[in-house]
Design a protein around this ligand. Structure first.
Ligand SMILES: Cc1cc2nc3c(=O)[nH]c(=O)nc-3n(C[C@H](O)[C@H](O)[C@H](O)COP(=O)(O)O)c2cc1C
Length: 206
């Protein structure tokens, strides 16, 4: 089993990093021989879509004959996703949604004709499904009765990953991090982890 482990927080001591690491640890308990591919978009951010990439994606004609090298980064990142049996993403909520470093990855892996087909009925994913575990940290609360803000993170990630065929998603979260001391943060993380359902591992996925 290959795990693609992605982190996005600019902070090394980070709630989302701890949560994603804890998810990976749980996965290793059930699959001790798993290999781990790592992407740290805070330590090594991806560039925003380049002029050549934007030109390639601007029409079916340019996509069929893209500027030289325009799709190389996108292709490498898509192949990483394809090589992963399981994906684990640790991400903060930034301004109600994903941080821009994660969006830069999304802009590379959603590619018409490669990871999704554009049809009159909508985008149809071309990748095989596989489990994606998303560990979120938010300073405030975005679910339940105490929610004090809208959530554009979980519906957004669900929609974009669905576009490319990834539908087996689990969202875990540590919320209200702004108000948690260390002990409370550990309790919140343990509570989030208790909802982790590893029965999806080894299911009908590649
Ligand atoms: C630029 C920025 C925007 C943020 N926007 C939100 C937000 O919209 N909602 C929220 O609950 N917390 C927000 N926060 C707080 C972070 O989500 C919170 O500190 C979280 O714990 C960060 O993740 P980390 O601990 O993994 O670094 C924001 C923080 C930053 C730096």
């Amino acid at each position: 089993m290959n795990i693609l482990h992605i982190d996005c927080s600019p902070r090394l001591e980070s709630h989302s990093r701890r949560l994603s690491a804890a998810i990976v640890k749980k996965l290793l308990e059930v699959a001790p021989d798993a290999s781990i591919s790592r992407r740290d978009f805070a330590a090594a951010p991806l560039p925003h879509a380049s002029s050549n990439y934007a030109t390639a994606l601007s029409s079916p004609t340019t996509l069929a004959a893209p500027p030289k090298g325009a799709l190389n980064l996108s292709e490498a990142l898509i192949q990483e996703v394809e090589a992963a049996d399981v994906i684990v993403i640790g991400t903060p909520m930034n301004n109600l949604t994903v941080p821009s470093v994660l969006k830069a990855w999304i802009d590379q892996i959603l590619r018409v004709g490669r990871t999704f087909k554009s049809t009159p009925g909508g985008k149809v994913g071309m990748l095989q499904d596989r489990p994606v575990f998303i560990g979120i940290a938010s300073g405030g609360v975005f679910t339940g009765e105490r929610a004090n803000q809208p959530d554009f993170l979980t519906p957004y990630l669900s929609a974009v990953l669905d576009c490319i065929g990834l539908r087996t998603l689990q969202f875990l979260s540590v919320q209200a991090t702004a108000f948690l001391d260390q002990e409370q943060a550990t309790l919140a993380r343990d509570k989030a982890l208790a909802a982790l359902d590893l029965s999806v591992i080894g299911g009908p996925h590649p």
